[in-house]
Design a binder for this molecule. Structure first.
Ligand SMILES: *Cc1c(COP(=O)(O)O)cnc(C)c1O
Length: 412
């Protein structure tokens, strides 16, 4: 499904050529290199149109029907539409679509359920926990007492027995499940059981897989978690932003935790773009997309394994793959640099075993461009060859340019 988008750079080019060049340069970079960063995607021209709309100029503190500003009657309709579509898409009793980002959504979930100093059990950062899951550099680590669970060093899988043992020992007020790097489905029912056993809230931070959930390609945390936090810009393919889903009984606490507790005015252009994205995500075409994202990730993981990389957990259930390139003679950081020079853009990540860095990649963006399993095989072969030193970066860069030329993310 190619994204068609005419960058309206003319007006910028006339007024501010310096900035226009930057926009066009970035469009060129995105169009001629491979976007394998697991969190990235290409939102549709309709989503981008809503983002660049006059709604960007409207102040709207509060919620539909209860705003602190006048003139909100039209943007209220946009927000109600976004909320209704989110509730229908995820089968949730309540949705808050105002969070400015995934991190803001997590902050609001903590604000709704916790007090400073409370104990929270979450996936440790070395195993793929997010910054907001207790990093000392983040509000979460500063204001709450985080205990980290891990993954099995051999299998890379969440150790549910360890989760239960830690929960019984530390009696957390909340348990967080969700990760920036975990490639497998999370057993939300198992987390719910542990949470119930120790009387903890269950917060699912589904920032990564929520788009797969929307497309029916991953299990939903909604029936199990007290609060689900998510982003709208990853696999879900909407505008940069966050969202919270919960049951009716927590609706008011969650809303008040977003505004006025942690945010001010809602970004109405982004909320409108979220409504557009939820509308797209409810279509059969998006279901196909979500399933193709997973099929592509599985194909890519299998080919990377065949090329000698060690793929964590032996594969993936999602859009996300983590892998150790060491058998090819390079560490993660060197690999990322070499691949960047070849036009293959991806991230480093921690690995379940040892201190070595691995590679993290995802298939959401390349699948939006229309690539399939055949292209995943080409990408894996080229990636491995670059890491082995078999193809020099300029030659690899040309091959990437040829491939992306056939699957343009922006046309026009
Ligand atoms: C991406 C992500 C976030 C944060 O999203 P931002 O929009 O970058 O703030 C939070 N939690 C998890 C698990 C994520 O993957």
């Amino acid at each position: 499904m190619p994204v068609t988008h005419t960058l309206e750079a003319d007006v910028l080019r006339r007024q501010d050529p310096e900035l226009a060049e930057i926009l066009l340069g970035e469009r060129d970079r995105q169009s001629t290199t491979l976007q394998l960063i697991a969190a990235e995607n290409f939102s549709s021209p309709a989503v981008l149109a809503a983002l660049g709309s006059p709604l960007a100029n409207k102040y709207a503190e509060g919620y539909p029907g209860a705003r602190h500003h006048g003139g909100c009657e039209i943007v209220d309709v946009a927000e109600r539409l976004a909320v209704d579509r989110a509730k229908a898409l995820f089968g949730a009793e309540h949705a808050n679509v105002q969070s400015h980002s995934g991190s803001s959504a997590v902050l609001a979930a903590y604000a709704a359920l916790l007090r400073p100093g409370d104990t929270v059990l979450a996936l440790g950062l070395p195993y793929g926990g997010h910054l907001t899951h207790g990093s000392p550099a983040n509000f979460s680590g500063r204001w709450f007492d985080f205990v980290g669970y891990g993954v099995d060093a051999e299998t890379g899988l969440i150790d549910y027995d360890q989760v239960r043992t830690l929960a019984r020992t530390h009696r957390p007020k909340a348990i967080v499940c969700g990760s920036i790097a975990y490639p497998r489905h999370i057993d939300y029912a198992a987390f719910r059981q542990v949470a119930d056993e120790v009387g903890a809230y269950l917060i699912a931070d589904a920032a990564h897989p929520i788009g797969l959930v929307a497309g029916g390609a991953a299990p939903s945390p909604v029936p199990y978690a007290d609060v689900v936090c998510a982003t709208t810009h990853k696999v879900l393919r909407g505008p940069r932003g966050g969202m919270l889903l919960c049951g009716s009984e927590l609706a008011e606490r969650v809303d008040r935790a977003v505004f006025p507790f942690t945010q001010g005015g809602a970004q109405m252009h982004t909320i409108a773009a979220k409504a557009v994205a939820f509308g797209e995500a409810a279509t059969p075409a998006f279901r196909l997309y979500a399933h193709q994202v997973v099929a592509n990730a599985r194909a890519l993981a299998a080919r990377l394994t065949a090329e000698g990389l060690v793929v964590t957990t032996g594969g993936t259930d999602t859009h996300l793959i983590t892998a150790d390139p060491a058998p090819l003679g390079v560490d993660g950081r060197t690999a990322r640099g070499r691949l960047a020079a070849a036009g293959m853009v991806l991230d480093c990540c921690a690995l379940p075993h040892g201190d070595a860095r691995g590679l993290r990649l995802g298939t959401a963006a390349v699948t939006t461009q229309g690539m399939g399993e055949e292209e995943m095989a080409s990408i894996a072969a080229l990636l491995a060859d670059v890491l082995r030193g078999g193809t020099e970066s300029q030659k690899a860069r040309d091959q990437v340019r040829e491939l992306t030329g056939r699957f343009q993310p922006y046309t026009g």
